[in-house]
Design a protein around this ligand. Structure first.
Ligand code: FMN
Length: 330
């Protein structure tokens, strides 16, 4: 059986399907939508330890959560154990279950700040940061890595060792180097090698776009769980497809009626979280995935990208769906 629960320290993750930290995407309403589909755990987008240290108010919007948003992982990035400690102390009394260190972000701005995948070049520092965190909390401390900084410095096994000896409880692995960004294919053989070497659970990440991809990754690598990222942006219903595939259940993608209901709920929830102006703008990022492939959707997309109010956006979606013959609207 590919679908299983995982326990890391006191945190039980009922289903081994993880929602990745996704900057600009994994806010509260979006996490809740993925949880409704059966995700076992979701992470906030990465938060800057420096940001939390110097300007916690600005960063705190990212950390908005609710009672039904559990188990929740908070992900931090930054190169300095002191800042990480101070940032952790600013959030430690919030409700969350797992604290994760980002050692994979390839983006230039983060690399310049010596965070994200920059850290892969210094496994001793990864060890020091994780050790600091494990000394501060009984909650599971986890780490998310890439294979190495460049093809000449592939060092994920060394980074695993640094994490394990620091007391990390779980490792998530996206097997591309920093310099690859998202090019080429994720090298799942590397996940298999990491899993073989690892005394802690390994979550595989990279290039899961269908339920069958998730089954193939677990079969090929024996990893303990899968983490979904770009796949859930392209197809907001990927989580339920993956859960069904791991349970070896048949899956039928949602029809138009449910898609329209979900898209309207998502829009309303984003507006509730961010206010009307920003909520409607944020919504545009998600919209494409919901109705991909339906006819006349490009004109609807242009309208959604033009309107700035909740009412107008909901109205244009309703008008579009009303134009479908009732027999197709199921
Ligand atoms: C828009 C976007 C935002 C991301 N933000 C984060 C982040 O905040 N923290 C992180 O660890 N990884 C982040 N990632 C990387 C993903 O979590 C994941 O590791 C990567 O996309 C590979 O998985 P995939 O092939 O399933 O997309 C981001 C990726 C994308 C596309």
């Amino acid at each position: 059986m590919h679908c299983k629960s995982l326990t890391v320290k006191d945190c039980t993750i009922q289903v081994n399907v993880f929602i990745a930290p996704l900057a600009g995407y994994t806010n509260l309403p979006t996490r809740l939508f993925f949880r409704d589909q059966g995700a076992g755990i979701a992470y906030t987008e990465m938060v800057s330890a420096m940001g939390l240290h110097y300007n916690p108010g600005k960063t705190s919007r990212i950390l908005v959560s609710s009672d039904n948003d559990r188990p929740l992982g908070i992900q931090m990035f930054g190169p300095d154990p002191d800042h990480i400690e101070s940032a952790f102390l600013k959030i430690h009394d919030q409700d969350f279950d797992v604290i994760d260190l980002n050692c994979g972000c390839p983006v230039r701005k983060i690399i310049k700040s010596k965070g994200g995948a920059w850290l892969l070049q210094d496994p001793d520092n990864i060890h020091n940061i994780l050790k600091r965190l494990t000394g501060l909390t009984d909650k599971p401390v986890t780490v998310k890595i890439r294979s190495g900084f460049s093809s000449d410095t592939v060092n994920y096994l060394e980074v695993l060792d640094a994490a394990v000896t620091a007391g990390a409880s779980l490792i998530t692995f996206h097997p591309r180097t920093r310099n690859q960004f998202f090019t080429g294919c994720a090298d799942w053989d590397q996940i298999a090698r990491l899993k073989e070497a690892s005394p802690i659970p390994v979550v595989g990440n990279g290039d899961i776009f269908t339920g069958e991809d998730a089954v193939r990754m677990i079969t090929h690598t024996k990893c303990d769980g899968v983490m979904l990222a770009r796949g859930v942006i392209e197809n907001p219903f990927l989580v339920e497809e993956v859960v069904a595939a791991l349970q070896r259940e048949e899956y039928t993608p949602p029809g138009l009626k449910r898609r329209v209901a979900c898209v309207c709920n998502h829009l309303n929830d984003l507006v509730e979280l961010y206010g009307e102006k920003r909520g409607v703008l944020e919504f545009r990022k998600y919209f494409r995935g919901y109705l991909k492939g339906y006819k006349n959707v490009s004109s609807l997309r242009s309208a959604v990208n033009r309107f700035e109010t909740l009412d107008e956006t909901l109205r244009v979606i309703r008008e579009w769906s009303d134009s479908y013959p009732p027999e197709d609207f199921t």
